[in-house]
Design a protein around this ligand. Structure first.
Ligand code: PMT
Length: 406
């Protein structure tokens, strides 16, 4: 393994495991990386800057407003220049700040400013790692594409045993290596992805919709981009931020989604429909607001267009993937959809289960393909599910891309 030519930022926070960051720094330097160390105020109470300065051969960054340096300006350049940012050890406090975008010191400011891969190696006392607040913060970070390692289990500084030890240095280095040489196995592929719900208006203020957050579709877009694909993301209204690099096409209704999908269909090599399209719309949306508190209001509904079916009917060489949101007999119903819509692969999720499917950060899916294959995956963060879906598409032989204008 070599890190020659790589610029790494090593952030160290206030944990007893801060001394292990010294060994990590030594390894990074030995492997050829240029390392800028950033210490939080509390980290300095465990290990002083001089140790890190001596080993890295560079000034150690501690104060964003250091009058001796132009640190406040420098952080932007540093963030742009680095190939990866590691935080080791990361306290529960750092995880909380990173998850919520708080930038109140040098390290947290860098975390917001950088677009390089971020690798967080937590260390904390027994019980803290399992606290619902920490669990939620880790899930938020992972959903955003940050790599948060699991701490090791064993005896902790408090003499208690549990999960909370800083992961082994080898594990941190191995993960760093993977982040620095990402798979480019989708280079040349053009992914057309739909995400989120659609909204079908009833009147100017009300609509029919569903609970899709868009997380699954946005995770697919992020995973595709990271693996070298071009991505068009057609999305219903969500609070997710489109990943940098995707062509973002916001839509509201099923009809608008249909138009956007058909417009990009010839361009795409792979179509993935993770959106939860509303199945019905009001046959006539009222131009004026329907009066409140009417007793027994009747709405006449009409079916929305089945976009996936139309895509499959009109497609050329594209590999077409649908999702199936089911509440019972998941695999049977999903396979029926796969066959009825004549698509290549369907990702079946049981949306009756808590913690997966709609709105959740995790999903647990079965991949059913038109050649009879069925792969049941464990529960994982949606970004991992997205990568597994992309792996499967490649394994099933998505057509090699040819140049097609958008
Ligand atoms: O967005 P999240 O909160 O992350 O949740 C993810 C998810 C649960 C929404 C996602 O994993 C999922 O299952 N998406 C598909 C939901 C759905 O609409 O399933 P369905 O079984 O009703 O539809 C089957 C397929 O047909 C889907 O690919 C859907 O996009 C497509 N469809 C459905 C109706 C329609 N009118 N047009 C379509 O193209």
């Amino acid at each position: 393994m070599t890190l020659a030519g790589k610029e790494i930022i090593l952030g160290v926070t206030g944990s007893i495991a801060a001394y292990k960051a010294v060994y990590l720094l030594r390894e990074l330097v030995r492997l050829g990386a240029g390392v800028n160390v950033v210490l939080t105020e509390h980290a300095q109470k465990f290990v002083g800057p001089l140790t890190f300065r001596t080993l890295s051969g560079r000034p150690v960054l501690t104060d964003l407003f250091d009058p001796q340096t132009d640190a406040a300006v420098e952080h932007v350049e540093l963030a742009n220049r680095c190939h990866a940012l590691i935080v080791a050890p990361a306290t529960a406090n750092l995880l909380a700040k990173a998850a919520h975008g708080i930038a109140d010191d040098f390290l947290t400011t860098l975390l917001l400013a950088t677009r390089a891969p971020v690798l967080i190696a937590p260390a904390m006392d027994a019980g803290m790692w399992d606290h619902p607040a920490v669990v939620a913060n880790v899930a938020t970070l992972r959903a955003r594409g940050v790599t948060v390692l699991e701490p090791d289990a064993g005896e902790l500084a408090s003499r208690l045993a549990g999960k909370g030890r800083l992961p082994e240095i080898d594990a941190i280095l191995e993960t760093l290596q993977r982040l620095l040489s990402p798979l480019r196995d989708l280079a040349g592929q053009r992914l057309l992805i739909t995400a989120g719900p659609t909204r079908e208006p009833i009147d100017p203020v009300r609509y029919l919709s569903n609970r899709s957050s868009g997380k699954m579709g946005y995770a697919l877009a992020l995973a595709g981009l990271r693996r070298g694909a071009e991505v068009v993301l057609v999305s219903g209204p969500t609070s997710q931020s489109p990943p940098a690099g995707a062509v973002f096409v916001p839509v509201e209704t099923a009809e608008e989604m249909r138009e956007a999908v058909l417009q990009h269909l010839a361009w795409a090599t792979i179509v993935i429909k993770a959106a939860a399209v509303a199945d019905y719309r009001a046959r006539e949306a009222n131009a004026a607001k329907i009066k409140s508190k009417q007793d027994g209001l009747t709405l006449e509904l009409a079916a929305t267009p089945d976009i996936l079916k139309e895509v499959a009917a009109r497609k050329g060489d594209q590999f077409v993937v649908g999702f199936a949101a089911e509440t019972h007999e998941v695999k049977r119903h999903a396979r029926e959809k796969l066959e009825a819509k004549r698509i290549d692969l369907i990702v079946a999720n049981d949306v009756s289960q808590k913690g997966i499917g709609f709105e959740a950060d995790d999903n647990q899916v079965t991949l059913l393909d038109r050649w009879g294959g069925a792969i049941e995956l464990p529960r994982m963060p949606k970004l991992d599910v997205a990568n597994a879906v992309l792996d499967r598409i490649l394994a099933l032989g998505a057509a090699k891309p040819a140049k097609v204008p958008r």
